[in-house]
Design a protein around this ligand. Structure first.
Ligand SMILES: *Cc1c(COP(=O)(O)O)cnc(C)c1O
Length: 360
């Protein structure tokens, strides 16, 4: 039976990227040697690194005064590398979920942290509004998409101080005005590739301003090459993960770039949220205006709570994979990233409709 993959991350990737990855494991770039067995100093690989960076620049219009780094350690490592490199005395954070909370915890190792607003009071079901970004801080940190709770900041905000964003789970899902941000980071495994590579997009003039001594690997400047396109080669980069990211971004570009992704993502999300709102068996958990286009969270409607595991089994029998909600929200979460086809969302909607009919 066809499986519909709604995993939150690692998650569904474009079939085309998987096929090229399989071929490259057998033979990379007609060398007769597989990609897992080549040196990262071979010209064929250096070309892939340069092309990957160029794809990022083209897709998101990233200006030349920004470096793009591909590092290890996941977004969780950036929770401390960001303050290590940017926090002089004080930083401000918007607390919209546990990822934000974890970032706050790490920043406190380096200086004062002001949490300007938090939605913890309502289990992070909304994005706080009406707060003021302080001007006496080195940067303001936001999480643009809250993977666990299904809330999203839909617009690039104006900030009087350097704006830093964890975009792990919505990067490349919509056009982003990179110039409004000083630094954008995230793990690749939600929307741009497999686990194992972390992207950091940073405006270079922000670096080298802190007084503290930084370990070589922690200092972003270590990973910025002399040539504009030889970044992230100080040590061995996560070669295979970057290769699959390269293939994933090529797929995004061939389909029409982030504008086309945004169009498709809005269509998929609308279809699923409409069904949640229409169907008497389910309710959404996030407030409507802050609903994420990437992670759709819903629970059984009041009175139907006892049917949760029944629906889970029913959906599983129909080929739905990965729709169990995070333990801190419960219910269901369908992650419908770029590579999730409309057809999968249609299958989930049909499954919800059939379940309702069976219980009428
Ligand atoms: C998944 C996720 C993380 C953690 O990423 P790792 O690469 O596993 O460290 C951080 N922030 C957000 C928003 C995420 O979705």
């Amino acid at each position: 039976m066809k499986k519909h993959n709604f995993n939150a991350g690692p998650c569904v990737l474009p079939k085309e990227a998987i096929e090229s990855a399989i071929a490259a494991i057998r033979d990379f770039d007609n060398t007769g040697i597989g990609i897992l067995e080549i040196s990262h100093r071979t010209p064929g690989w250096e070309r892939i690194m340069a092309e990957t960076e160029q794809l990022w620049r083209d897709l998101l219009n990233i200006p030349d005064d920004y470096a793009i780094l591909f590092l290890g350690g996941g977004a969780s490592t950036q929770f401390f590398e960001v303050p290590a490199n940017l926090l002089k005395t004080k930083a401000a954070y918007l607390q919209t979920g546990v990822w934000a909370k974890k970032a706050i915890k790490e920043a406190k190792f380096y200086g004062d942290v002001e949490v300007v607003a938090s939605s913890e009071d309502k289990n992070y079901t909304y994005i706080p509004k009406g707060y003021k970004i302080p001007t006496d801080v080195d940067y303001f940190h936001i999480t643009t998409n809250n993977t666990i709770y299904g809330t999203e900041i839909h617009e690039d905000m104006d900030s009087p101080v350097t704006l830093v964003a964890d975009m792990s789970s919505d990067i490349m899902s919509r056009p982003v005005d990179v110039k409004k941000y000083g630094l954008i980071y995230g793990g690749a495994q939600k929307n741009v590739g497999p686990a194992g590579v972390t992207f950091v997009i940073v405006r270079k003039d922000l670096l080298g301003k802190v007084d503290r001594k930084l370990q070589t690997m922690v200092d972003y400047r270590t990973h910025i090459g002399d040539e504009p396109r030889n970044n992230s080669m100080f040590n061995t980069p996560p070669v295979f993960s970057i290769f699959v990211m390269h293939e994933t971004l090529k797929w995004v570009k061939e389909l029409g770039g982030v504008e086309e992704m945004y169009k498709r993502n809005k269509k998929k999300a609308e279809l699923l949220y409409n069904e949640i709102d229409r169907n008497s068996m389910f309710v959404g958990t996030a407030v409507k205006e802050d609903r994420s286009l990437m992670n759709v969270c819903f629970v059984m409607a009041p009175g139907h709570e006892a049917l949760e595991s029944e629906f889970m089994n029913f959906a599983k029998e129909k080929g739905m994979v990965g729709i169990k909600g995070h333990r801190s929200v419960g219910g269901f979460r369908a992650s419908i990233y770029n590579a999730c086809p409309l057809e999968s969302v249609e299958a989930l909607v049909a499954c919800m409709q059939e379940f309702e009919k069976n219980h009428k």
